[in-house]
Design a protein around this ligand. Sequence first.
Ligand code: CP
Length: 294
Amino acid sequence: ERSLLGLKDLSRSEIESILDRAAYWEAQQEKVVPVLSSSFVANMFFENSTRTRFSFEMAEKRLGAQVLNFAAAASSVEKGESIYDTVKTLESMGIDAGVIRLKPAGVLEELASKLSVPLINAGDGNNEHPTQALLDLFTMKRKFGTLQGLTVSIIGDISHSRVARSDLWALRKFGAEVKFCAPQNMVAPDLEPYAAYVSMEEALKSDVVMMLRVQLERHETGMFKSAEEYRAQYGLTEERAARLSKHTLIMHPAPVNRNVEIDDAVVECEQSAIFTQMSNGVPVRMAVMERALR
Ligand code: CP
C-alpha cells in the first residue's frame, strides 16, 4: 500500500520505518537528492493550508519530483466540478501520486478506492492528518529518545481536530498515554474510550503539552463566546507555562491563535517545539513521498 490515508490502520513498524527514513533525510546534507525526478506529484488542496502545502512541495522538490499545484479556488471546482472528477482528471493526465486536503471527512477512502494513483492525506475534515502526527512523533522522539511511556496532553478543540485523532492513534501504538483536556462543547464523544479527559492542572503535568487551535471556521455560531474566557480557562498562558516542568515540551500544529490557546510569549519560548515541528515536517514528508513513489 503506497497511499497514506491515516495512521489508525497503519502498523507500528510501518510508522517506525517512515520515522527512520525521515531521520535519514533530516541528516542528509544535500538539499536536493533527485530520486523522484521522473515522478509527477499533484498537491490538491480543497481547503486552505500554509504549512502542509508548502512542506509537501519542499519535500517533493528536495527529492527532485515534478510538482503540480492545484488550488480549488482557481480551478473548475468553482464551476461545480466534483472532487472525484478533479482528481480523476489529474490522474488521466499522468500524475504518479496525489497529496490531497479535503474539507469533509469520509470522502477520501472512497476516492482512493476508485483511483489507482497513491493518495496522501494532507488532512481530511476532522478525521485524520497523518503527516502532522508523524512529524509530531518525530519531534517527540527527538526530544525524549522514545515514545514508550510518554504522557501527552492534547488540549483544546478536540472535536474538530484531525491532528488529535491521528496523534492519538499513532501514540497508542507506541505505548504513550494520551490525555485530553477540553471545554464541554469541544469534546469528541467518539474518542472517549481511548483517552481520559483531565483538568487543565492535570494536563499540564504531562511530558508533552500539545495545544490545539480553536477552529473558529468549523464552529457553529455561538459555540465560541469569548477569546478571553477561553484563554483564562484553557490557554497556555505565560503564567501556566512558567509552572510547567522544565522537561515538558510545548507543541502546537499551527496556525496559532496567539493569545487565545497559547500566549504570544510562549509560542517561541525555549520549551516550545512549534517551529521545530514545522522544520521536521519536511524530512517526514520526504519519507512519505518516497514511500509512495519508489
Ligand atoms: N498544521 C497544519 O496543517 O497547518 P496548515 O493548515 O497551514 O497546513
